[in-house]
Design a protein around this ligand. Structure first.
Ligand SMILES: [Zn+2]
Length: 358
């Protein structure tokens, strides 16, 4: 793995991500596709928590919501790969395709997705992948399905099961007579506009990645893991639009209550994760939230504590209920009381959050 000579980060990070002044991280060359640094426990906890509360396993639907995002990213990566290949695009020898997927899996490992390897490959028929420590099995299978559909030009179904050695074996099988562009309208990719903002990160002069990233995280690229230097919890650089499509659909089917649920689940997760000895001493919402901008959550434009009320405004929020829940969780950890959180998102680019004691 090539690393930056100055900050030591894997070089691919600077090549594949762009930090915007609006508090977002975008996948380079795939317009407006957002990424966030998020704890893997947090992602798993949200999906598990919502599943339990609505009494329905969310795994399959979460995977489906991820497919259009995977196709979109997959299309861009595949086009780039083809442009580097000599010779004809039409023949696509199997070894070149294997090389392509191995390359993609390397990028996945640097995003903290886990260690993926190609177990068997039959072009446009069947692809078996071994996934060691997937950051979230359903989301990862859905994303892979999208990547395979983009490159193979056919639609895939999949089955995934533990293979006995602790890895997940995921078998993707072509669905007869279904084109890769078919499938779920419900989870179509939704373009979002973003506000410009004026966030400035201190940037590594060599690779262009904010210095705070190398100060905050470490990489185990062989295992496909990202750890946080402070608390050593595992994190992942996750494309968020799949999760957002899932919540959009759940809200449509089950009503607004789903968002309240997600915020609640997130609130207690964040409270428990932040109940550490040093947190109350610092007691500084501004520092706490501003330092998170580099994770791509959005641009915190107002952080105001008046009496017991905390008001936070965010431009380009990555996800409204998850951010509202996060802020409420911090509040509970810092204040040592239970809270009530309200939020409003007049349009998807603006979010205002208010937290007060319950
Ligand atoms: Zn660097």
């Amino acid at each position: 793995m090539r690393v930056c000579g100055t900050c030591g980060l894997p070089s691919v990070i600077g090549r594949s991500m762009r930090w915007s002044s609006g508090g977002c991280i975008f996948a380079r060359d795939v317009q407006n596709t957002r990424l966030v640094y998020i704890k893997t426990d947090e992602v798993n906890n949200i999906l598990r928590g919502v599943s339990e509360r609505i009494g329905m396993p969310l795994g399959r639907i979460a995977a489906r919501a991820e497919v259009p995002l995977g196709r979109r990213l997959g299309k861009a990566y595949y086009a780039e790969y083809l442009s580097l290949m000599p010779g004809s695009r039409i023949t696509r020898p199997a070894f070149l395709m294997k090389g392509y997927y191995e390359r993609i899996f390397k990028v996945f490992s640097i995003l903290g997705f886990g260690r993926l390897s190609l177990e068997s490959y039959r072009p446009r028929r069947r692809i078996v992948v071994s996934m060691l420590k997937p950051y979230q099995p359903d989301l990862l299978c859905g994303l892979c399905r999208g990547f395979f559909e983009a490159a193979e030009g056919v639609a895939f179904g999949y089955e995934a099961a533990e293979d006995g050695s602790g890895a997940l074996a995921a078998a993707f099988t072509a669905e007869e007579g279904v084109g890769a562009e078919g499938g779920d309208e419900r989870f179509r990719y939704e373009e979002r506009e973003h506000l410009p903002g004026n966030v400035e990160h201190r940037i590594c002069g060599e690779c262009g990645v904010p210095v705070r990233i190398s100060q905050t995280f470490y990489w185990d690229e062989r295992e496909g893991l990202i750890g946080n230097r402070k608390h050593h919890m595992r994190e992942v650089v996750m494309p968020v639009e799949g999760l957002n499509a899932l919540f959009r659909e759940l809200k449509e089917e089950l009503g607004e209550e789903v968002e309240r649920m997600a915020a609640d689940i997130q609130r207690s997760f964040k409270r428990d994760a932040y109940l550490q000895p040093d947190i109350r001493e610092r007691h500084n919402y501004l520092a706490l939230l501003r330092q998170q901008t580099v994770k791509g959550l959005g641009n915190f434009t107002l952080i105001e504590k008046r009496g017991e009320r905390l008001r936070v405004e965010v431009e380009n929020p990555f996800n409204a209920p998850l951010l509202a829940g996060r802020v409420a969780g911090y509040y509970e950890a810092l204040e040592g009381v239970e809270s009530r959180v309200e939020w409003e998102a007049p349009d998807p680019r603006r979010l205002s959050i208010e937290v007060a004691p319950a």
